[in-house]
Design a protein around this ligand. Structure first.
Ligand code: ZN
Length: 288
Protein backbone atom coordinates (compact mmCIF):
# COMPACT_ATOMS: atom_id res chain seq x y z
CA UNK A 1 0.00 0.00 0.00
CA UNK A 2 1.34 3.42 -0.94
CA UNK A 3 2.44 5.75 1.82
CA UNK A 4 0.30 8.90 1.78
CA UNK A 5 1.44 10.19 5.15
CA UNK A 6 4.06 12.68 4.03
CA UNK A 7 2.68 14.35 0.94
CA UNK A 8 -0.38 14.47 -1.30
CA UNK A 9 1.01 13.43 -4.67
CA UNK A 10 -1.94 11.03 -5.15
CA UNK A 11 -4.74 13.35 -4.09
CA UNK A 12 -7.35 14.38 -6.61
CA UNK A 13 -10.08 16.88 -5.86
CA UNK A 14 -13.54 16.18 -7.16
CA UNK A 15 -14.50 19.76 -7.85
CA UNK A 16 -18.02 19.35 -6.46
CA UNK A 17 -16.32 19.41 -3.04
CA UNK A 18 -16.00 23.19 -3.29
CA UNK A 19 -18.67 23.90 -5.90
CA UNK A 20 -20.37 26.55 -3.77
CA UNK A 21 -17.17 28.52 -3.09
CA UNK A 22 -16.14 29.40 -6.63
CA UNK A 23 -16.28 28.54 -10.30
CA UNK A 24 -14.09 25.89 -11.90
CA UNK A 25 -11.34 28.34 -12.83
CA UNK A 26 -11.15 29.55 -9.22
CA UNK A 27 -11.04 25.93 -8.05
CA UNK A 28 -8.23 25.12 -10.48
CA UNK A 29 -6.27 28.13 -9.20
CA UNK A 30 -6.81 26.94 -5.64
CA UNK A 31 -5.60 23.43 -6.49
CA UNK A 32 -2.46 24.91 -8.00
CA UNK A 33 -1.98 26.97 -4.82
CA UNK A 34 -2.20 23.85 -2.68
CA UNK A 35 -0.15 21.65 -5.03
CA UNK A 36 -3.07 19.33 -5.61
CA UNK A 37 -2.02 17.45 -8.75
CA UNK A 38 -5.39 16.28 -10.09
CA UNK A 39 -9.08 17.10 -10.26
CA UNK A 40 -12.31 15.54 -11.42
CA UNK A 41 -14.65 18.24 -12.70
CA UNK A 42 -18.41 18.13 -13.25
CA UNK A 43 -19.93 18.97 -16.59
CA UNK A 44 -22.11 21.78 -15.25
CA UNK A 45 -19.03 23.42 -13.75
CA UNK A 46 -17.23 23.07 -17.07
CA UNK A 47 -20.25 24.46 -18.95
CA UNK A 48 -20.30 27.58 -16.77
CA UNK A 49 -16.77 28.60 -17.71
CA UNK A 50 -16.69 26.99 -21.16
CA UNK A 51 -14.95 23.76 -22.20
CA UNK A 52 -12.10 25.52 -23.96
CA UNK A 53 -11.24 27.78 -21.01
CA UNK A 54 -11.46 24.82 -18.62
CA UNK A 55 -9.17 22.62 -20.72
CA UNK A 56 -6.73 25.49 -21.08
CA UNK A 57 -6.63 26.15 -17.31
CA UNK A 58 -6.09 22.45 -16.58
CA UNK A 59 -3.20 22.29 -19.06
CA UNK A 60 -1.65 25.58 -17.93
CA UNK A 61 -1.41 24.26 -14.38
CA UNK A 62 -0.34 20.77 -15.44
CA UNK A 63 -3.28 19.16 -13.67
CA UNK A 64 -4.38 15.61 -14.42
CA UNK A 65 -7.99 14.40 -14.46
CA UNK A 66 -8.68 11.34 -12.32
CA UNK A 67 -12.05 11.24 -14.03
CA UNK A 68 -14.71 13.33 -15.69
CA UNK A 69 -18.17 13.61 -14.10
CA UNK A 70 -20.30 12.42 -15.62
CA UNK A 71 -22.03 10.43 -18.32
CA UNK A 72 -24.98 8.11 -17.84
CA UNK A 73 -28.66 8.66 -17.08
CA UNK A 74 -29.44 5.96 -19.62
CA UNK A 75 -33.07 5.01 -18.85
CA UNK A 76 -35.40 7.01 -21.06
CA UNK A 77 -38.55 6.50 -23.05
CA UNK A 78 -38.43 6.55 -26.83
CA UNK A 79 -38.78 10.34 -26.99
CA UNK A 80 -35.62 10.89 -24.92
CA UNK A 81 -33.37 8.08 -26.14
CA UNK A 82 -31.65 10.12 -28.82
CA UNK A 83 -31.03 12.91 -26.33
CA UNK A 84 -29.42 10.43 -23.93
CA UNK A 85 -27.23 9.02 -26.68
CA UNK A 86 -26.05 12.43 -27.95
CA UNK A 87 -25.49 13.76 -24.45
CA UNK A 88 -23.31 10.78 -23.54
CA UNK A 89 -21.26 11.03 -26.69
CA UNK A 90 -20.58 14.69 -25.93
CA UNK A 91 -19.43 13.65 -22.46
CA UNK A 92 -16.95 11.19 -23.99
CA UNK A 93 -15.65 13.90 -26.33
CA UNK A 94 -15.18 16.38 -23.47
CA UNK A 95 -13.45 13.77 -21.30
CA UNK A 96 -11.10 13.18 -24.19
CA UNK A 97 -10.40 16.89 -24.61
CA UNK A 98 -9.23 16.89 -20.98
CA UNK A 99 -7.34 13.62 -21.44
CA UNK A 100 -9.26 12.30 -18.41
CA UNK A 101 -8.43 8.88 -16.94
CA UNK A 102 -12.04 7.81 -17.43
CA UNK A 103 -15.58 9.03 -17.91
CA UNK A 104 -17.56 8.27 -14.75
CA UNK A 105 -21.03 6.87 -15.39
CA UNK A 106 -23.89 7.58 -13.00
CA UNK A 107 -26.26 5.30 -14.81
CA UNK A 108 -29.66 6.69 -13.84
CA UNK A 109 -32.71 5.20 -12.14
CA UNK A 110 -36.30 5.20 -13.33
CA UNK A 111 -36.67 6.89 -16.73
CA UNK A 112 -38.68 9.92 -15.62
CA UNK A 113 -35.95 10.81 -13.12
CA UNK A 114 -33.00 9.90 -15.36
CA UNK A 115 -34.37 11.82 -18.36
CA UNK A 116 -37.13 14.17 -17.22
CA UNK A 117 -39.97 14.25 -19.70
CA UNK A 118 -39.89 10.47 -20.14
CA UNK A 119 -43.13 8.66 -19.32
CA UNK A 120 -43.50 7.60 -15.69
CA UNK A 121 -42.44 4.01 -15.07
CA UNK A 122 -41.81 2.08 -11.86
CA UNK A 123 -40.22 -0.88 -13.63
CA UNK A 124 -36.74 -0.98 -12.09
CA UNK A 125 -35.88 -4.18 -13.95
CA UNK A 126 -36.59 -2.48 -17.27
CA UNK A 127 -34.48 0.50 -16.20
CA UNK A 128 -31.60 -1.84 -15.43
CA UNK A 129 -31.88 -3.45 -18.86
CA UNK A 130 -31.84 0.00 -20.47
CA UNK A 131 -28.74 0.89 -18.50
CA UNK A 132 -26.92 -2.14 -19.82
CA UNK A 133 -28.06 -1.49 -23.39
CA UNK A 134 -27.03 2.15 -23.10
CA UNK A 135 -23.58 1.33 -21.75
CA UNK A 136 -23.11 -1.28 -24.46
CA UNK A 137 -23.89 1.25 -27.14
CA UNK A 138 -21.76 4.00 -25.62
CA UNK A 139 -18.87 1.58 -25.14
CA UNK A 140 -18.35 1.28 -28.88
CA UNK A 141 -18.17 5.04 -29.24
CA UNK A 142 -15.88 5.39 -26.20
CA UNK A 143 -13.55 2.68 -27.48
CA UNK A 144 -13.19 4.63 -30.70
CA UNK A 145 -12.25 7.70 -28.67
CA UNK A 146 -9.92 5.75 -26.38
CA UNK A 147 -11.90 6.83 -23.32
CA UNK A 148 -12.47 4.19 -20.59
CA UNK A 149 -15.95 4.12 -19.02
CA UNK A 150 -16.21 3.71 -15.23
CA UNK A 151 -19.57 2.53 -13.92
CA UNK A 152 -20.09 3.99 -10.45
CA UNK A 153 -22.40 1.85 -8.33
CA UNK A 154 -24.40 4.14 -6.04
CA UNK A 155 -25.78 3.38 -2.59
CA UNK A 156 -29.23 1.75 -2.93
CA UNK A 157 -30.96 4.83 -1.47
CA UNK A 158 -30.44 6.37 -4.93
CA UNK A 159 -31.92 3.48 -6.94
CA UNK A 160 -35.02 5.40 -8.03
CA UNK A 161 -33.55 8.69 -9.10
CA UNK A 162 -29.80 8.45 -9.66
CA UNK A 163 -28.51 4.95 -10.27
CA UNK A 164 -30.12 1.53 -10.37
CA UNK A 165 -26.67 -0.09 -10.35
CA UNK A 166 -26.11 -0.33 -6.61
CA UNK A 167 -23.34 -2.82 -5.91
CA UNK A 168 -19.93 -3.60 -7.27
CA UNK A 169 -21.22 -7.08 -8.08
CA UNK A 170 -23.96 -5.66 -10.30
CA UNK A 171 -21.51 -3.30 -12.04
CA UNK A 172 -18.98 -6.09 -12.56
CA UNK A 173 -21.63 -8.39 -14.01
CA UNK A 174 -22.36 -5.70 -16.61
CA UNK A 175 -18.64 -5.27 -17.29
CA UNK A 176 -18.19 -9.02 -17.78
CA UNK A 177 -21.10 -9.24 -20.21
CA UNK A 178 -20.09 -6.20 -22.27
CA UNK A 179 -16.31 -6.53 -22.09
CA UNK A 180 -15.54 -10.18 -21.36
CA UNK A 181 -11.94 -9.80 -22.52
CA UNK A 182 -11.26 -7.23 -19.74
CA UNK A 183 -9.72 -4.82 -22.21
CA UNK A 184 -9.61 -1.84 -19.81
CA UNK A 185 -12.29 -0.01 -21.81
CA UNK A 186 -14.95 -0.68 -19.16
CA UNK A 187 -14.67 -0.85 -15.39
CA UNK A 188 -15.88 0.64 -12.14
CA UNK A 189 -15.45 3.74 -10.02
CA UNK A 190 -15.18 2.49 -6.44
CA UNK A 191 -16.55 5.20 -4.15
CA UNK A 192 -16.27 4.26 -0.49
CA UNK A 193 -19.43 6.25 0.31
CA UNK A 194 -21.52 3.95 -1.86
CA UNK A 195 -19.93 0.56 -1.23
CA UNK A 196 -18.56 0.51 2.33
CA UNK A 197 -21.62 -1.31 3.76
CA UNK A 198 -21.59 -4.15 1.23
CA UNK A 199 -20.92 -7.56 2.87
CA UNK A 200 -19.28 -8.65 -0.39
CA UNK A 201 -17.08 -5.55 -0.70
CA UNK A 202 -13.68 -7.23 -0.39
CA UNK A 203 -14.68 -10.22 -2.49
CA UNK A 204 -15.81 -7.89 -5.27
CA UNK A 205 -12.77 -5.62 -5.15
CA UNK A 206 -10.74 -8.77 -5.75
CA UNK A 207 -13.06 -9.79 -8.53
CA UNK A 208 -12.72 -6.36 -10.16
CA UNK A 209 -8.95 -6.65 -10.30
CA UNK A 210 -6.63 -4.15 -11.85
CA UNK A 211 -8.32 -3.99 -15.26
CA UNK A 212 -11.70 -3.00 -13.83
CA UNK A 213 -10.63 -0.61 -11.05
CA UNK A 214 -10.61 2.71 -12.89
CA UNK A 215 -11.25 5.20 -10.09
CA UNK A 216 -11.27 5.39 -6.30
CA UNK A 217 -13.38 8.03 -4.50
CA UNK A 218 -13.22 8.92 -0.82
CA UNK A 219 -15.26 10.80 1.78
CA UNK A 220 -16.99 9.49 4.91
CA UNK A 221 -20.38 8.22 6.09
CA UNK A 222 -21.76 10.41 8.87
CA UNK A 223 -24.01 9.06 11.62
CA UNK A 224 -26.63 10.33 11.52
CA UNK A 225 -26.81 11.31 7.86
CA UNK A 226 -29.05 14.38 7.69
CA UNK A 227 -29.54 14.64 3.95
CA UNK A 228 -29.63 11.78 1.45
CA UNK A 229 -27.52 13.62 -1.11
CA UNK A 230 -25.57 16.47 0.39
CA UNK A 231 -24.38 15.31 3.80
CA UNK A 232 -21.18 13.48 3.01
CA UNK A 233 -18.47 13.68 5.63
CA UNK A 234 -14.81 14.63 5.54
CA UNK A 235 -12.57 11.58 5.73
CA UNK A 236 -12.14 10.65 9.39
CA UNK A 237 -15.42 12.18 10.57
CA UNK A 238 -17.54 9.09 9.92
CA UNK A 239 -17.51 5.30 10.10
CA UNK A 240 -15.89 4.09 6.88
CA UNK A 241 -12.65 2.10 7.11
CA UNK A 242 -11.15 4.10 4.27
CA UNK A 243 -7.54 2.96 4.46
CA UNK A 244 -8.60 -0.67 4.69
CA UNK A 245 -10.59 -0.29 1.48
CA UNK A 246 -7.72 1.57 -0.18
CA UNK A 247 -5.37 -1.26 0.81
CA UNK A 248 -7.69 -3.77 -0.85
CA UNK A 249 -7.94 -1.70 -4.02
CA UNK A 250 -4.18 -1.24 -4.19
CA UNK A 251 -3.56 -4.92 -3.50
CA UNK A 252 -5.20 -5.49 -6.88
CA UNK A 253 -2.75 -3.10 -8.51
CA UNK A 254 -4.75 0.13 -8.55
CA UNK A 255 -2.21 2.95 -8.77
CA UNK A 256 -4.42 5.95 -9.56
CA UNK A 257 -5.46 8.97 -7.55
CA UNK A 258 -7.56 8.98 -4.39
CA UNK A 259 -10.32 11.37 -5.36
CA UNK A 260 -11.91 13.36 -2.56
CA UNK A 261 -15.61 13.86 -3.32
CA UNK A 262 -17.67 15.58 -0.63
CA UNK A 263 -21.14 17.09 -1.11
CA UNK A 264 -21.84 18.93 2.12
CA UNK A 265 -24.57 21.51 2.23
CA UNK A 266 -24.49 21.83 6.01
CA UNK A 267 -20.76 21.97 6.58
CA UNK A 268 -17.97 21.98 3.98
CA UNK A 269 -19.78 24.03 1.33
CA UNK A 270 -20.08 26.78 3.94
CA UNK A 271 -16.37 27.06 4.66
CA UNK A 272 -13.70 29.00 2.76
CA UNK A 273 -12.20 27.07 -0.16
CA UNK A 274 -8.65 27.17 1.23
CA UNK A 275 -9.76 25.75 4.55
CA UNK A 276 -11.56 22.87 2.81
CA UNK A 277 -8.55 22.06 0.66
CA UNK A 278 -6.16 22.24 3.61
CA UNK A 279 -8.39 19.84 5.53
CA UNK A 280 -8.65 17.46 2.56
CA UNK A 281 -4.85 17.35 2.34
CA UNK A 282 -4.46 16.81 6.08
CA UNK A 283 -7.01 13.97 6.19
CA UNK A 284 -5.62 12.44 3.03
CA UNK A 285 -2.36 12.06 4.90
CA UNK A 286 -3.78 10.92 8.24
CA UNK A 287 -6.90 8.91 7.39
CA UNK A 288 -6.95 7.84 3.72
ZN1 ZN B 1 -18.00 9.12 -6.48
Amino acid sequence: MRDFSTDHFQLSLNTATVRKQGDLLAIIEACARHQIPAISPWRDQVATVGLEAAVKAVKTHGLKLSGYCRGGMFPADASKRQEARDDNRRAVDAARAFDAACLVLVVGGLPHYARPGSAVSHDLGAARRQVEDGIGELLEYARGAGMPLAIEPLHPMYAADRACVNTLEQALDICDRLDPARTGALGVAADVYHIWWDPNLYRDIKRAGRERLLAFHVCDWLVPTRDLLNDRGMMGDGVIEISKIRAAVEAEGFAGFSEVEIFSELDWWKRPMDEVLRTCIERHKSVV
